[in-house]
Design a protein around this ligand. Sequence first.
Ligand code: CP
Ligand code: NVA
Length: 312
Amino acid sequence: MRHYLQFSDLTTDEYAYLFDRASLIKKRFKAYEKHQPLVDRTLAMIFEKASTRTRVSFEAGMYQLGGSVVHLTTGDSQLGRAEPIEDSAKVISRMVDLVMIRTYEQTKLECFAQNSRVPVINGLTNEFHPCQIMADLFTFLEHRSSDKNQKININDLKGKVVAWVGDGNNMANTWLQASSIFGFKVHVCTPRGYEVDPKVAGMTSQNSFEIFRNPIKACEGADLVTTDVWTSMGFEAENEARKLAFADWCVDSKMMSSAKPDALFMHCLPAHRGEEVSAEVIDGPQSVVWDEAENRLHVQKALMEFLVLGHQ
Ligand code: CP
Ligand code: NVA
């Protein structure tokens, strides 16, 4: 049994397989062809934080695969009344085939997985957001395919430069993990006090990232510029302090113009126009944020199929 708790839980070859599979699943979806390998299987989704994309993509995705979904939140389950995670995991995993969890500390997710009889997927923790980065990489590969038939080839990521302009948060940590798996480089630029901690990210290679102090310099030569909200869920008490610290970390057209002319812009969403990104950039021609959001559906369908049934 395999879990997907952080990006490094899968190998480069497994990602290559999943991206191929996601392409096929996406083609079938667009052609209204059924792809239902998970008939009679059930996914439990546990949300301890808010969500739009993760909820819709996992729920719609599981129904499209032929299965069904149970949706739980802290407020409407015994999770919010201090039932131990171990007990919840033992019970829930006897009744379903797969569990997706969005929670706070990664340790909570790990505790659930250790006590689960079925695969567990990270739908976002304070430390990581692996499903999002899987969708982001798939989106990059679709837009930058070197193949004449637009086939996805993970080697197209090799040697590329991704500029991370923003908080050293769950998204930043996950980009760092992905860089050593796919052989691209991350230019990380955060305000002082909001740096990434390579140890938290679980980095195996020091060569795949470089720290910058100036966001414009970080964007120089980038193939992809990406950012995220200044204040992540769970950190709302720091909102005012963060607004001051991040004032110069707005991805605007000046920053984009220091990247490569064909650089893409990504944001996991939800976005705050005028804070971490200007409206001109997120709604402009280099932005691929809507493809990025849609691809959550396709890559996660491939992931769910893989975790429940293995290679097809
Ligand atoms: N990007 C993302 O995970 O969005 P939601 O918070 O809406 O799920
Ligand atoms: N870093 C953000 C991502 C939201 C999808 C958060 O954790 O709130």
